[in-house]
Design a protein around this ligand. Structure first.
Ligand SMILES: *[C@@H]1O[C@H](CO)[C@@H](O)[C@H](O)[C@H]1NC(C)=O
Ligand SMILES: *[C@@H]1O[C@H](CO)[C@@H](O)[C@H](O)[C@H]1NC(C)=O
Ligand SMILES: *[C@@H]1O[C@H](CO)[C@@H](O)[C@H](O)[C@H]1NC(C)=O
Ligand SMILES: *[C@@H]1O[C@H](CO)[C@@H](O)[C@H](O)[C@H]1NC(C)=O
Length: 639
């Protein structure tokens, strides 16, 4: 009798479990492979992330978190359903890519089931486990690695998975919009490519200019969703939408062309301000319920350029794509108009990175002078930032937007310590952040130019570089760009330039003396200089201290009076205090780990304090060895 009751309870609880397993509380999802056989869903709160894998196999499934997409030093979980029973184990890969069972099992099995074709497995984990073999789950981009096999894990461990493996960048903790539902009444229009023949090459950027539909009165765009052609979920990697100058050549409308291509129409170059960004893994973007993107007034976008990044690593031929974006708009106006401010380094040849550098740091300043002038004129009470897009090109490794108020450093507005050029999306801030006239911002980018033999220049193409953060904010003010650029003289002086040819008649301008550079353009002279790691580092130190040109522009090529001024970079500590993690704060006094607005003893962490805890030391060692190994990007070769 007792046994039967127990069995009944067990059955009942199984039923409950199964019901739970169908729940739709997962706010995020992604397809990890090209054939739609490996899908994940996830959700998170302040402390934990819960994943559900759905994979077309009846054997084991593997899932991992990696800093660089390589298997070495990655954090791995492997599980499946065997004889009707789900199983799960936490593993890690050592520097030689051997897989070991993790002595600290941090992944918790939630539920699992399989039918004749698919395995579904759900598990959860804390963001921070204080286990050096686990990868901390943070707001940074993470490379998710995956694998599966037709056999379950046997007594001798998981069998080699062969070709059933891959990786994908995701930002697991992007909060998303709180108000993601589309009002059923909202009208929409689509910006859509029509049968673009996707070239059979790894990476293609496809650009097309659209006129957005004419509306007689002001409307608000309130949500933008990706319209990805079915089956192309992995082909379409990201989509950016730029606002174009309304003086563009109308004959370039509706004509698609490869972006950054020498034959690209000039009109494309007038489309510079990002108004929207979607990247793989994102489900669309909703403006906060009190904010909308205005259309229909004289200062609103009329022409937009849609840039679609196609990712075709298998070099498939003859793919025709008709993906794009759907924009929902409404005449029911919200309280505020959204705006975008581009901050960071003014895109220019004066932004330059020497070759062969493991770590080169660039800082773009949105100066207090610019914010003071523009905000005091337009909105003395300040504006509120609600999302940020961090943007660099192929050499970018990490980006953060530092925020200062009256010289006091606040929490970074946004950061990504593991930036992936191929994965860029607006990061919703968990709380709106005021931007005041007494503030200044520093967008800091770290680059790796180790594999390059020539200088890298600031510019539009993906081989050129940028260091930008786009701030999405309200209410809209007439401030398009708040940027800086280190003065060229100091940079030229570093390589020994004495005199340039005047008057300047060519771009890039030409050097007069010394003789070794004479008649070379300054870019050629920079390339001619014999760079070494040591010289690159010394150049970096010089550039970060140089006076800078301020860019403080309005819309339509208009400027605030501060634009063109030369100012010195503010004196700030080069590194801000690391954000305390549960592991690090455990060994510290609670006061030192509290909010950053407290005392100004910000130097204390870098001075006399002993290495905080062994966990941190181990983590640092782990992270630095990952960097060393970052070139060995082979995936899962020896499971
Ligand atoms: C097996 O499970 C998968 C995933 O849950 C589902 O899509 C599929 O329809 C199922 N197949 C059968 C035969 O029930
Ligand atoms: C506009 O573009 C067309 C075709 O690209 C070109 O022939 C024409 O000269 C352009 N007009 C202007 C004003 O640039
Ligand atoms: C580097 O610059 C030199 C001189 O400008 C040029 O000839 C060479 O092709 C460049 N190399 C690469 C890899 O771009
Ligand atoms: C530089 O160019 C000028 C004018 O073209 C020429 O007279 C001069 O000889 C050149 N100098 C060198 C060092 O090549």
């Amino acid at each position: 009798m007792f046994e039967l009751a127990f069995l009944g309870a067990l059955l009942f609880s199984t039923t409950v479990r199964l019901t739970f397993s169908h729940e739709t509380g997962y706010k995020h999802s992604a397809v990890l492979d090209a054939n739609g056989k490996y899908r994940i869903k996830w959700k998170f709160d302040d402390k934990t992330v819960t994943f559900e894998l759905e994979v077309e196999t009846t054997g084991y499934v593997g899932f991992g978190l990696s800093s660089n997409g390589a298997m070495a030093l990655s954090d791995i979980v492997i599980g499946g359903v065997s004889n009707g029973r789900p199983y799960l184990q936490d593993y890690f890969a050592d520097p030689t890519r051997k897989v070991h069972r993790d002595p600290q099992q941090s992944y918790r099995l939630e539920y699992g089931r399989e039918n004749t074709t698919h395995t579904v497995l759900a598990f959860s984990r804390d963001h921070s486990t204080c286990d050096p073999n686990d990868k901390e789950i943070s707001a940074s981009t993470v490379r998710v690695i995956w694998a599966y096999h037709e056999q379950d894990v046997g007594p001798s461990g998981p069998m080699y998975h062969g070709v059933n493996r891959g990786r994908k960048s995701l930002r697991l903790l992007n909060p998303g919009s709180s108000d993601a539902s589309t009002p059923p009444s909202a009208a929409f229009f689509d910006l859509q490519n029509v049968h673009v023949l996707v070239p059979s090459k790894d990476t293609t950027y496809w650009c097309q200019i659209f006129r957005i539909p004419e509306v007689q009165t002001k409307h608000h765009i309130i949500r933008i969703e990706p319209l990805i052609q079915k089956g192309h979920e992995n082909l379409v990697h990201h989509i950016l939408l730029y606002q174009c100058d309304s003086s563009l050549n109308k004959s370039d409308l509706d004509m698609g062309h490869e972006c950054f291509h020498p034959n690209m129409p000039d009109s494309f170059l007038t489309c510079e301000t990002v108004v929207f960004a979607w990247a793989i893994g994102g489900e669309g973007f909703s403006y906060p319920s009190h904010v909308g993107l205005s259309i229909g007034t004289s200062i609103d976008p009329v022409y937009v350029l849609m840039e679609v990044h196609y990712d075709n690593p298998a070099l498939q031929q003859g793919l025709l794509d008709s993906s794009g974006l759907r924009l929902f708009y409404t005449p029911k106006l919200r309280q505020y108009d959204a705006g975008v401010i581009e901050t960071g380094v003014w895109v220019s040849l004066y932004h330059m990175l020497p070759p062969g550098m493991q770590d080169y740091v660039t800082e773009g300043h949105c100066t207090r002078e610019c914010l003071q002038e523009s905000l005091e004129h337009e909105r003395p009470g300040g504006v509120r930032v609600f999302a940020v897009l961090l943007h660099a090109h192929l050499a970018g490794r990490s980006i953060r937007t530092r925020h200062f108020r009256d010289q006091e450093e606040l929490k970074p507005l946004a950061y990504d310590n593991e930036f992936d050029f191929n994965f860029q999306e607006f990061i919703h801030l968990s709380e709106e952040r005021p931007l005041l006239p007494s503030d200044n911002l520093i967008t800091e980018c770290k680059y790796n130019t180790k594999d390059r033999v020539n200088m890298t220049w600031g510019g539009l193409s993906t081989r050129d570089e940028m260091c930008l953060s786009y701030l999405l904010y309200y209410p809209r003010i007439n401030l398009a760009r708040c940027e800086s650029l280190p003065e060229i003289n100091g940079q030229l002086k570093f390589i020994g330039v004495k005199e340039i040819q005047l008057p300047v008649t060519t771009w890039p301008f030409v050097i007069k003396s010394p003789k070794r550079y004479s008649n070379l353009s300054f870019t050629e002279a920079m390339d001619k200089f014999r760079w070494s790691k040591k010289r690159g580092k010394a150049f970096n130190d010089v550039v970060l201290q140089l006076p800078m040109n301020v860019r403080c522009s309005k819309w339509d090529r208009d400027e605030w009076s501060i634009q063109g001024m030369i100012v010195s970079p503010p004196e700030v500590p080069r590194t801000s205090r690391p954000t305390p993690t549960p592991c690090s704060s455990r060994s510290k006094s609670s006061s030192s780990s509290s909010s950053s607005s407290s005392s100004s003893s910000s130097s204390s962490s870098s001075s006399s304090s002993p290495p905080s805890s062994s966990a941190i030391t181990a983590l640092t060692a782990l992270l630095s060895s990952i960097c060393l190994l970052s070139s060995s990007a082979q995936l899962w070769p020896t499971l």
